[in-house]
Design a protein around this ligand. Structure first.
Ligand SMILES: [Zn+2]
Length: 218
């Protein structure tokens, strides 16, 4: 049995590195920016990326295991400065097992301009569902963790950290990666329409409600 648990943890660590690489390759994080964490479902401990190490080539040995109070359980480096933010989300959201923090340029740009994301694509409706904006607080502070926990407890799948970046919440790593990437996809499409001087048409609310009913979401 313990062997099974160890195998899943190894898989989890490999997947964290893979997701981090994808984010770097897609230009959603810079060399040292962003962080990713994940836990086995229901666990009070999670694995997180380290601080100050090049994010494009992380290996499982670089990761650090911490508990929900941020105490280091396993690993050698320094855990991400945003560990309190990740822990705060896991504490209030038992359905969340993976968190991606990235610096999506278009998503952030729209938020800086005070423009909210609109239900302009099927993915915006199905994948993002609920996006909340978190007012600015300095990275790594308890204040930011508290603000994030407040917004996360509303059931949001994505948070936009004003003047900073985004946080994507998922039931697993690929779910969280999909939310992070969809944010940027929707923001970019919306920006293109607006840059051409047009107000993008949105999927009608009636249709959105129908989708949610059909897939038992919301
Ligand atoms: Zn950041």
């Amino acid at each position: 049995m313990s062997e099974g648990i160890e195998l899943s943890e190894e898989q989890l660590k490999n997947d964290i590195c893979k997701v981090m690489r994808h984010l770097f390759e897609r230009g959603l994080v810079s060399a040292l920016g962003g962080n990713v964490s994940a836990r086995l479902p229901g666990s009070n401990e999670f694995w997180i990326t380290p601080s100050g190490i090049f994010k494009g080539e992380l290996t499982p040995d670089d990761l650090i295991k911490v508990d929900l109070d941020g105490n280091i359980i396993e690993g050698f480096g320094r855990p991400s400065i945003e560990t309190p933010l990740h822990a705060a989300i896991y504490r209030v959201r038992p359905d969340v097992n993976a968190i991606v923090h990235a610096h999506n340029p278009f998503t952030l740009g729209l938020a800086l301009a005070g423009v909210g994301l609109k239900p302009i694509t099927v993915e915006a409706v199905m994948v993002l569902r609920k996006v909340e904006v978190v007012p600015f607080a300095f990275p790594g502070t308890d204040q930011l963790a508290k603000l994030v926990a407040e917004k996360a407890s509303t059931g949001a799948r994505a948070l936009i950290l004003q003047n900073h970046g985004i946080v994507a919440l998922g039931s697993n790593l690929y779910d969280a990666e999909a939310v992070a990437e969809t944010l940027e996809e929707v923001a970019t499409a919306q920006f293109v329409a607006m840059a051409l001087g047009k107000e993008p048409p949105v999927i009608p609310e009636r249709e959105v409600e129908l989708y949610y009913k059909l897939y038992r979401l919301g």
